[in-house]
Structure formats: C-alpha cells, structure tokens
Design a protein around this ligand. Structure first.
Ligand code: MN
Length: 338
C-alpha cells in the first residue's frame, strides 16, 4: 500500500480529529466554482495539506480549490491516511453541526462509528457508504470504535444541496452493499448516481455521480460517462492512468464536461474515486461546517449551534465542538465565475 504523503505514525496512539472541518480559523470559502469546462480537459488541482485539530493530523483537501470550487454539487473533498491508529484512540471528532449539505463517508481501510442527533448509531467499514443529509440542520460525531483496526484511510465528501431541497428534514442512510459494475480486473462500486446502467440507491438531490474504481490487476478500458456532467478523479491507492494522465495519490484531476467515456489504464492494483455531476448553478457560502446562501444565514447557523441548537448526539463521551469566531470580513456568496 502506498503511503506517500500519508501521515504514518509508527508509534501509534495518535488521536485523529479530521473528517470534520476542524480548522481553528476557517477562512471564507466561496462557491460555486470558476467556469465549467464545457469541453474535456485534464486539469490537475493540487490539494492543500490541512492540519486539523490540536494533534495536528493532516488531510489532503482538493475541494474547494482556489481555481475550482465544485465538481457538480461535490463541494468538499478531504483525503486522509493511510495512517496507523493501532493502540490509540484513533479518530475522535466531537459533535458538530452541518447545514444545507450531505456528508458522504467512504473508507479504504479501518472503521468509524457515526452517531447523530436523529439517534443514528452506525459502524461503517470499507465498501459501505454513509450518507447524512443535513438539510435544515443536524449534528453528528465520528469516532474510532474501541476495537478499531490498525490503519485508517478514507475520504470525507460533502455535496451541496440545491435551494429547492436545502431545508429538507435531516436524514441518515447506511448502504452496506453497493451495486458494482464489473469488467475483468476492474470493479466499479457505485456510491451515488449511476455508471454504465448500474445505479446506487443513495439519495441525491441533484444529478450526481460518485464511484470507486478498483483495479485488481492490469486494466485498459473505457468507463461510460455522461457528456452533460463534469467529472474529476482522485487516486486513493496506487496509480491509475486517467485519460493518459498518470494519477497517484495527491491531486484531483478535473476532467470537464463533454465526455461519453473515460480511458482508464493501470498495470497494478489501484483504487480511484470518480466524482461528477451536472454543473451546480447556484451560489453558495461555505464556512466551517456550514453551507448557506448569505453571510447573515451563516451567522444565524453559528448562533443556533452556540446556543445549543441542531439537536443532541447522545452517548458521545465528550463535549460538543465549539464554533470558531466569525471572520472579520463579510462572507459573500459567489457564482462559478468569480
Ligand atoms: Mn461532519
């Protein structure tokens, strides 16, 4: 397993506080992106190494990116690990709120216990999918269970909800088995949406796709895509040649729109995430763990959390996460052309 850019800690015992946006002073994050590429492109977006929490765990954040803030409705991509968590507390993310988005949890290795203010309590393992729809507001915690595995590796993804549905009732879904499109040494697990006629049951509020392509050996094939969607690829493990671009762990490869298929090639076992969707037309504001539409709305969400709102995560052994102070500047909603 590749550990390039990973934060392997041979001593173990480390407490990880990623998965949520736990930056102490989160900056303004504007959406929704620069101009959508209507033609196929191959644009490498280098991720930022973001240090989260008091213990300094590192994640690679490729969305939002300075040059491109969204891919379809996907608005947040954090890739963490593989990191050794043997013998320690592992991940400990205290209760925190979300609004107007869905969180999508996907693991390559390890396990996470999710609890939320709806009363959900769900263990998730690699190959399974958690989708939490925050809608008008929810709070949740994520932690390594007491008997967790030695390595933790995965992605935390957010999907922005469109205006028509962003205030929906909060909901939580666990999908223990996902549909798989198999083609020789390639198997494609469909997390959200549809690939090659194989459709996930996960709830989505905009035309969207998320899939994990796993190469068990040499692969040279073309994956069916939709020309009206924009797409991006992220390697989770090993290396995959995506439309001729060698893609190892690190950057997000933005692929644009206008493709009816995508060339995938690899010689060795590898794992790649494909994200895509109809270009998101609305303007959003992202700050801390909130998505909103205006500065005032974000201020209201923050006050609601600070005054005890967004429900209670029962049985989490610890306090809820306090919101950081608002920035001194006014948060501005932005469209895809800045
Ligand atoms: Mn979260």
């Amino acid at each position: 397993m590749r550990t390039t850019e990973g934060t392997e800690n041979g001593q173990g015992g480390r407490t990880l506080r990623y998965v949520s946006n736990l930056e102490h002073e989160p900056g303004e994050v504007l959406g929704g992106g620069t101009a959508v590429a209507v033609e196929p492109v191959r644009e490498l977006l280098t991720g930022r190494e973001v240090t989260l929490g008091p213990r300094g765990s590192m994640v690679t954040r490729t969305l939002p990116h300075r040059d491109r803030r969204m891919v379809g409705a996907w608005c947040f991509v954090d890739h963490y690990g593989p990191e050794r968590v043997a013998g320690g507390g592992g991940m400990q993310v205290p209760p925190h709120p979300h609004t107007c988005l869905q969180t999508v949890t996907w693991l390559v290795a390890g396990d996470i216990l999710h609890r939320d203010s709806l009363g959900s309590r769900q263990l998730i393992h690699p190959g399974q999918l958690n989708v939490m729809t925050a809608g008008r507001g929810i709070s949740h915690s994520e932690e390594s269970p007491p008997d967790h595995g030695p390595v933790l590796h995965g992605v935390q993804l957010w999907v922005a909800l469109p205006d028509a549905h962003r205030q929906v009732e909060p909901a939580f879904e666990h999908h223990p088995d996902l549909p798989v499109l198999a083609d020789g040494a390639l198997s494609v697990a469909v997390l959200v949406g549809e690939v090659g006629g194989v459709r996930s049951a996960a709830t989505a509020y905009t035309p969207l796709v998320g899939a994990e392509a796993r190469l068990a050996g040499p692969v040279d094939t073309r994956l069916p895509l939709r020309p009206d969607f924009e797409y991006a690829a992220l390697t989770l493990d090993g290396e995959v040649e995506v439309d001729g671009v060698p893609l190892a762990r690190g950057p997000l490869l933005y692929l644009g729109c206008g493709r009816s298929d995508l060339a995938l090639r690899g010689d060795r076992p590898a794992t790649m995430l494909l994200l895509g969707g109809e270009p998101f037309e609305e303007q959003i504001v992202m700050w801390w763990n909130f998505v909103g539409r205006s500065h005032e709305e974000i201020v209201a969400f923050r006050s609601e959390w600070e005054s005890g709102g967004f429900g209670t995560v029962r049985e989490y052994a610890g306090d809820r996460l306090p919101a950081p102070p608002m920035p001194t500047t006014t948060l501005k909603p932005r469209g895809r052309i800045r």
